[in-house]
Design a protein around this ligand. Structure first.
Ligand code: FAD
Ligand code: EGU
Length: 480
């Protein structure tokens, strides 16, 4: 092989800042290439910690994330500890539950435990002899000119470290990104949404899951929404999304119950009245931020990945998946340009920015859409329309969530395709409406006396539709 990643016979040093999900996975990618990898993480080693603080307890892992794990041989290990979710389960206000499959049999997403995933990835990174993990190292400052980084330790001491490449995987409030902010022609925007989130737990009932486990449970209530994902210990983690304003108006245990009685009555016995009264006040609601920026690199010295480059609101279940896909995309470009960092970094920005911005926009769009007019009826209706159109024109109409969740179609291409599909659908609807008006008028003019004919023929069509739907509907719909 070329000696491009060797300096005086020595391998280049890559500093991965942040040992979260994306940092730990990225360490594996760089280690696999033979770089000298050092990971720096603020927190203590979570593998020794008793309770892991942090955001959301479980996450939905889908195709993009799985492909990225596969590349470093971690897919099976993680998938085996995940719980497949083959469908959503929509909970209506009356307590009725309606399943809506994600697609064909093999098309499911996985509920994975964040802490376990992070631990497994750290352990995997450590298996490479050329990787070193440095915990209790908080990046304070670094120089884009020299690549010299300053870390603060919890005992008050400071250490300085030099690296050839700095990979910023330090999350939505990235310290690595701070140096980007000081530079000219760096674009940056961040938006806090008015909603916060709070996690609650549904314990097992008689030693079993209290609801059906292989579903993503959703309670869509316009401005309020709750989602529940299953865990291996037979609990569910519920995430309640609600405007901060509303979180603040609820100040007593009784008000909590009153609120749940009004919007999520079926969940009260599942969570438990006492637990609900207690857990609601355990932690304040957490904020959600969307961050977009560009470029993602500085020269051949530094690159941002994961939430550090693009924090997205969680309304597409894609934050981690997109961050994991960043690692594959970077890796593919490393192959393409023979690990020549001065070519790889600009190319990574060129290729990846449009896709990460697309998923950030999509997630924000879905947030706005859901809070504006998505109740359980509308959610079920929309998903059925999507599935029906796909069933009628499988090559032409592919639901957006399918492209996002079950393929590696570039995010920005998925969005373009979605716009194109909507145009086709609207044209079809328009044509159908025009056709119906003209056709109907024609029949009426030609045969004004015989209204029965029209009624009979429409009855026939209706009967055909019913016959088509009744015996096969379950089978055909679940095949989509
Ligand atoms: P992080 O996980 O934030 O890790 C950053 C790491 O860097 C941390 O370990 C931190 O301690 C460390 N760090 C920070 N600053 C420094 C510093 N100065 N020096 C050294 N280390 C530092 N995504 C999905 O794909 N599916 C989902 O279902 C999903 N659900 C979500 C639900 C909620 C409620 C939220 C909030 C997010 C959800 N996400 C989901 C998004 C997902 O959590 C993130 O995209 C993912 O955690 C990003 O990983 P990361 O490694 O880039 O950042
Ligand atoms: C939010 C919080 C259902 C985990 C978007 C679907 C999410 C997840 C959806 C969280 C929704 C919303 C999709 C998946 C997933 C749906 C998706 C959202 C996992 C469009 C732990 N979203 N999420 N869309 O289609 O593509 O089922 O916290 F309610 S998984 Cl908001 Cl596929």
């Amino acid at each position: 092989m070329e000696d491009s990643n060797h300096r005086l016979g020595q391998k280049k040093v890559v500093a991965v800042v942040g040992g979260g999900l994306v940092g730990a996975l990225n360490a594996c990618y760089f280690a696999k290439r033979g770089f000298e990898v050092e990971v720096f993480e603020t927190r203590e080693d979570i593998r020794n910690a008793k309770v892991v603080k942090g955001r959301s307890i479980n996450l939905a892992l889908s195709h993009r994330g799985r492909q990225a794990l596969k590349h470093v041989g971690m897919e099976d290990k993680i998938v085996s500890k995940g719980i497949p979710m083959n469908a959503r389960m929509i909970h209506s206000l009356s307590g009725k539950q309606s399943p809506i499959p994600y697609g064909k049999k093999g098309q499911y997403i996985l509920s994975v435990d964040r802490a376990n995933l992070n631990k497994e990835l750290l352990t995997e990174a450590e298996r490479y002899p050329n990787t070193k993990l440095n915990f209790d190292h908080k990046l304070q400052d670094w120089s884009a000119e020299t690549g010299l980084m300053t870390f603060a330790r919890s005992d008050g001491s400071k250490t300085q470290v030099q690296a050839d490449l700095i990979v910023g995987c330090d999350g939505a409030f990235s310290a690595v990104r701070k140096q980007f902010m000081r530079r000219s022609r760096f674009n940056y925007s961040q938006t806090y949404i008015p909603h916060g989130y709070m996690e609650l737990t549904i314990p097992p009932k008689d030693g079993e899951f209290a609801m059906k486990p292989n579903f993503l449970h959703i309670w869509p209530r316009n401005t309020f929404m709750m989602i529940a994902l299953p865990n291996l210990d037979k609990t569910f983690t519920c995430t309640l999304f609600m405007p901060f304003e509303d979180f603040e108006t609820i100040t007593t245990g009784n008000e909590v119950i009153e609120f749940f009685q009004k919007y999520f009555p079926d969940s009260i016995p599942l969570i438990g009245v006492d637990a609900l009264k207690r857990d609601y006040f355990r932690l304040p609601a957490q904020a959600m931020v969307s961050v977009k920026c560009s470029p993602y690199h500085i020269g051949d010295k530094c690159v941002l990945m994961g939430d550090a480059a693009h924090a997205v609101v969680p309304f597409y279940g894609q934050g981690m998946n997109a961050g994991f896909e960043d690692c594959i995309v970077f890796d593919e470009i490393m192959n393409q340009f023979n690990e020549d960092l001065s070519a790889v970094l600009p190319e990574y920005t060129r290729v990846r920015v449009p896709d990460d911005h697309a998923i950030a926009d999509l997630a924000m769009y879905n947030y706005i859409e859901m809070r504006a007019h998505v109740n359980s009826k509308w959610f079920i209706f929309r998903k059925h329309v999507d599935n029906l159109l796909h069933f009628l024109m499988p090559k032409t109409i592919i639901p957006l969530y399918t492209m996002v969740t079950f393929t590696r179609t570039r995010y920005h291409v998925a969005v373009e395709r979605w716009h194109w599909q909507n145009k086709v659908i609207n044209r079809g609807l328009l044509l159908g409406a025009v056709g119906a008006v003209f056709g109907g008028s024609y029949l009426l003019i030609k045969n004004p006396a015989n209204i029965n004919k029209l009624v009979v023929s429409s009855e026939k069509i209706w009967n055909k539709l019913v016959a088509l739907k009744a015996p096969q509907s379950v089978g055909t719909l679940s095949q989509i």
